[in-house]
Design a protein around this ligand. Sequence first.
Ligand SMILES: C[S@@+](CC[C@H](N)C(=O)[O-])C[C@H]1O[C@@H](n2cnc3c(N)ncnc32)[C@H](O)[C@@H]1O
Ligand code: SF4
Ligand code: SF4
Length: 397
Amino acid sequence: MKKALNYSGLLQMKIKTFIKRTIKAVLPLRTILFIQKSIDNITLEKKRRLNHYKNKDILKFDMNYDKSTVCKYPFSFVEICADGSVKPCCGYWNIIGQFGKYLYTNFEEIWNSDNAKKMRKSCWAGDYDYCNLDLCFPAFVSKENFKSNYDHKRGTCNTYPNKVKFAYDKSCNVNCIMCRDEVITNNYKQTERLDSFVKPLFLPMLKDAKLVELSGYGELFASKHSIKLIKEIIKVYPEIKFAIHSNGILCNEKNCIDIFGSIEKIDNVNLSIHAATKETYEKIVKNGNFAACMENIKWLSLQKKLGTIKSLALGFCVHALNYREMKMFLEKAILLDIGVSFWLYQPWGTNMDENYKNYSVWDINHPEYNDIVELLKDPIFNDSHCSMNKMLNDLRK
Ligand SMILES: C[S@@+](CC[C@H](N)C(=O)[O-])C[C@H]1O[C@@H](n2cnc3c(N)ncnc32)[C@H](O)[C@@H]1O
Ligand code: SF4
Ligand code: SF4
């Protein structure tokens, strides 16, 4: 027995050495160091979160936990990702990782997989063992909402999600520094490959969907594939409405009508802008167009006033380059009656991650930590138009 263990240990070591040597032969040293550094940053962040969650009493107290409610995501929503995974909410919000892989498993099995059941049971019980409650934006609703479709003993749901977010198409017209280091667009072959998933894989997931959100990864207005996906969905499910998540540059009247057929198909719009001034915007959104965003925000806010779209919100991913503009950004949004969400930059594998420490102004060791804490004391951040994730909110206490 001992011999067998030694042998398998030796074999594992040999495999590891072989993998390391192959990687070294293929990748230049700078890339290896960069990847290693990003992994270190991510691991540290994960450890920090897990430590935080050891003290659940703090968590429940902070979240004003109410046992008659539950976060609706694992019961009614999925996010479809580029690595083939199906997630219960944004990938860096939860710890469970995924419910399954759409490329290998049919959706019926994924939706009621072991991970799905574990996650639902934990949320239902109020433990939130698989959740990053200080980073995510949970949506607590009455448990009554799931009485008819959720079996709380088994953890299974008998209806498919009513909201599906497509977050697998990386094609985009710009490169925001926290998201990618260069503009990435699908070539012909990549577009063809994604197109081939639409009918067999994606459309069946939408059986009970009322809302489809996109894009969670790239930019729908800059992707032939995403535009085709939307048109196919409208053909098969004419009653489905859309939630747009966009950088705002191409989100104008002409493009919306060309793609969706009518503005009425759009339920709500969420634009990520990250800056109140052109100068700061250009440091963050490379190859962007601040003026076009401002024009489109004005047009969209008019659509909201007219009641054509239900809601309009702006997103602001906070880090050292832009936190000083949070207040001005919110002031401008309030004037137009638009909601704002603030959240934290997380290492996503870009060059920016090499200086993660310098950008994470919310870290108590950051030289500008006191400045952001002071800034967040401003009463404007209590305004009903403002929402922020828990970690940012905690800086205000
Ligand atoms: C990948 S984008 C896709 C949708 C659209 N292109 C946009 O920018 O809104 C989805 C969201 O991820 C955010 N994001 C990008 N990189 C991030 C990072 N490193 N940390 C936190 N959020 C990030 C963006 O700000 C955006 O709101
Ligand atoms: S509580 Fe947060 S991490 Fe958990 S399911 Fe809801 S949004 Fe996701
Ligand atoms: S616009 Fe969205 S997808 Fe494109 S680079 Fe910026 S954050 Fe990423």
